[in-house]
Design a protein around this ligand. Sequence first.
Ligand code: TYD
Length: 213
Amino acid sequence: MFITFEGIEGSGKSAMLELCRALLASLGRRTLQTREPGGSPLGVRLRELLLNVENSRIIPEAELFLYLADRAQHVREVIRPALETGLDVLSDRYADSTVVYQGYGRGLDIENLFQLNDLAVQGLWPDLTLVLDLEVETGLQRAIKRNRAQGLTEKEGRFEAEALDFHAKIRAGYRAWTERHPGRIKLVDATGSREEVFARIEPWLRGLMAGCP
Ligand code: TYD
């Protein structure tokens, strides 16, 4: 199974990914945990370029193709081989991030983005995508706190430094995109404790696992 985690900054994707990984392991499943950008050796270098504040003058189309390059490499080198050997793959962000950040956020055409992603991933879309949804202000406060704790205030802080209205567009974009793919993408209320949020996710996971080898 291929499961992706999406949402605005500070929505708790990595915490939920970890809890999902633990649940799958307890069911006897082998998992691979990964993320974008930066899920392959080439991707690590692209991530550095993409998230460095000094590159913030990058134009939207150039940014788009870097994310797509990261993803194409990630799918071919990491995700597909893992799925083929029977692992469940859990990714912190994937193609929906591009549709939402570069499309709803930066204003690039949504249909084009869908097609370009489809090309980059060779048709490999997740079995389940969880969008963690919460107030932009709450998410950003969490993200800023985490960045400070990790000493990332300058270098990796480009997105957190963007105006609040950009993040509001992202949240709205996730909600709109989710409505267009109700089968694959589930909107999860990300307010409350980790346990509370995970309790909302667990039924989707168990449902998915019940129907798979
Ligand atoms: P990351 O440090 O992974 O942030 P987060 O903790 O929010 O996941 O940074 C990823 C940033 O890159 C995030 O702000 C969203 C952005 N992004 C895009 O704009 N397009 C994409 O396709 C992807 C994968 C990420």
